[in-house]
Design a binder for this molecule. Structure first.
Ligand SMILES: Nc1ncnc2c1ncn2[C@@H]1O[C@H](COP(=O)(O)OP(=O)(O)OP(=O)(O)O)[C@@H](O)[C@H]1O
Ligand SMILES: [Mg+2]
Length: 375
């Protein structure tokens, strides 16, 4: 599980110091704050770290294609705007809880000329160090083994564990328009946009499919009876939503909000146990009366499936429906009035947290800017 992330001179995050403390993460952490306050920049840093466990650093920022097919989209802003304006070096530090213990990973990246790391290393807090050497073809765990000197393999398990956490992390920015097409059966993962929802659903065991239908029925009322699948001769599949009374609606005509919610449910039900899910604005497209269901979905499945969710949101209603514990773990983002840099704080650490928690009208406090003033 990711416990902490420190972002130094990364995009809108400024230099190291008291104004830029590390972000703290729980099993469910929502990131809130005004537009352009740096929430997605923080998620971009996680994407960078995942990419760095898979590709060369330049490719992580610029994007990576194989045989003309893009398999890793570029990070927003590419190489030029990865480092904080006026600088050309950024440092990302992450603290993970893995089976071997607590582990710190730190990477210092220069974007001047070729993108290179001057430090890229992993430390087990109870002792043990692995440096990571990179070339454009080798996965990081093998390189960690190569570099550590002398490397009794058991001592490097923690480096492998961090690499696995990163590679298994799921990023979701759901686009209903991409979920409406026939897709090849055995389409693999859901996809960042949820584009493979039909094949992933078609491959689910009956009990999981029943769970999906249950959650959907909560969203849409009792009209949903089951999901069916249309498979073409070319082994492509599209899901069909069957309403009570027998009416069948293909993915082409299912509503945007239903598809968004469906994508979320499928991601949360199919992510490997222990995996990190990073989600952009899961509340988008949901009617305010259904946001309670979203809070329930996120809290319920992170707990039951032992997965970790980090998600951005603009929904004050979503915060109002969180348990006090999840509310304390929300991270509020803002921009420093003097420097313009991102600053953030866990709500539980705010001196006025009790006022927020006990307020009968959290939504009003948040939508009137109380939170930004309290930061
Ligand atoms: N290299 C950089 N140096 C300084 N600031 C940057 C840099 N790159 C991006 N920014 C700032 O970060 C902002 C984008 O932040 P981000 O996308 O994280 O916002 P957000 O909180 O997700 O907002 P929204 O809710 O609108 O999605 C830009 O508008 C810019 O002000
Ligand atoms: Mg954003």
């Amino acid at each position: 599980m990711l416990k902490q992330l420190s972002l130094t001179n990364w995009k809108s995050f400024g230099p190291e110091g008291p104004a830029n403390p590390p972000l703290q993460f729980a099993p469910l952490t929502l990131l809130v704050g005004p537009n352009a306050s740096g929430k997605s920049n923080a998620l971009d840093a996680l994407r960078f770290l995942q990419g760095a466990a898979l590709f060369s650093l330049g490719d992580v920022l610029r994007g990576h294609s194989e045989a003309g097919v893009e398999i890793w989209p570029p990070i927003r802003g590419g190489v030029v705007e990865a480092a904080h304006a006026g600088t050309d070096t950024f440092t990302l530090g992450a603290r993970w809880e893995v089976p071997s213990g607590h582990v710190r990973h730190r990477i210092v990246v220069s974007t001047e000329g070729e993108v290179t790391a001057s430090d890229d290393s992993i430390d087990l807090e109870s002792g043990g160090h692995a440096g990571i050497a990179r070339d454009s073809h080798s996965p990081w765990s093998r390189l960690a083994r190569v570099r550590n000197d002398p490397p009794p393999p058991a001592d490097l398990a923690f480096a492998d564990e961090v690499g696995r956490e990163l590679r298994e992390a799921v990023f979701l920015d759901i686009r209903p328009s991409l979920m409406r097409a026939y897709r090849p059966l055995n389409g693999g993962h859901l996809g960042t946009s949820g584009e493979n929802v039909s094949p992933v659903l078609a491959a689910l065991p009956e009990d999981k499919l029943a769970d999906v239908v249950d959650w959907l029925s909560e969203l849409c009322g009792p009209e949903i009876a089951c999901l069916e699948f249309d498979v073409t001769k070319l082994r492509e599949v599209m899901m069909i939503l069957v309403e009570r009374g027998g009416r069948k609606i293909s993915a082409r005509s299912v509503s945007d909000g239903t598809l968004r919610f469906l994508g979320l449910v499928v991601a949360l039900l199919t992510a490997p146990t222990g995996a990190l899910l990073v989600i952009e604005e899961p509340d988008v497209g949901l009617h305010p009366s259904r946001i309670r269901l979203l809070a329930e979905l996120l809290e319920n499945l992170t707990r039951k499936r032992h997965i970790q969710v980090i998600a951005t949101t603009h929904s004050a209603t979503l915060l109002a429906h969180l348990s006090p514990e999840s509310l304390a773990n929300v991270v509020a983002f803002g921009r420093d009035a003097d420097t313009g840099d991102t600053h953030c704080r866990r709500l539980g650490e705010l001196p006025h947290f009790e006022t927020l928690r006990d307020s009968k009208n959290i939504e009003q406090l948040i939508s009137t800017g109380w939170l930004e003033r309290a930061l």
